[in-house]
Design a protein around this ligand. Sequence first.
Ligand SMILES: [Zn+2]
Length: 228
Amino acid sequence: MIIDKASIIRENRKSLKITITPDAKIIIYSPLKLSFDKINEIIKTKETLLNKKLNQVRETNVKNQDLFSYKKVLLLGKEYFIVPTTKVEKVFFSEDMFLVPKKYFELNKISFFIRKTLKKLAEKIITQRLYELIEQKNIKYKFTKISYGNFKSKWGSCDNNGVIKFNWRLVMLESSIIDFVILHEISHLKELNHSKQFYNILTNLYPNWKIERKKLKNLSFLLSLYNN
Ligand SMILES: [Zn+2]
């Protein structure tokens, strides 16, 4: 039974919400008073769909096992082999290798180390790309600040104070997707919603955005990397 594999979290809510975590676990958020039998009944009607989704998540994880097990790292859409070494003190990229001081493996700090390294690269590369795009496309919308966060469910955001935030994990993606996310957030400086006007602005800035959005959707598993 699928409900045996799920965790149930009871909270103050009106309806059932079912989520699948990146490590293929089912979490059911349930209203406080809904009985277990009732939850089970609802879940049973969704069993086929849930199993299908679980399999998809598992397949993605198997396919990307090298990233989850720190054998490889992604930078701008390119895979690098992670090589632990005593020869360098700081991280070092060469041809297809990402040299990492061995001590970070020994101290179990490899996830932390990759996060720190990629965040630094994101701050440099993505900020620079944002200014390039503003100039190239002659964008007049003004932002007040750019920052980089460790978000687990989004790639970027923009608020009504003109603050743009990016997920540092963006730096793992190929540049055409990065451009899409940057221009999506820039479009929010003018339209703070996902209205037709918003998409008109975005289409003007980046006519191919739909292709990039589709690619990005298939990469959402990357959001669960380096969280510990
Ligand atoms: Zn948006």
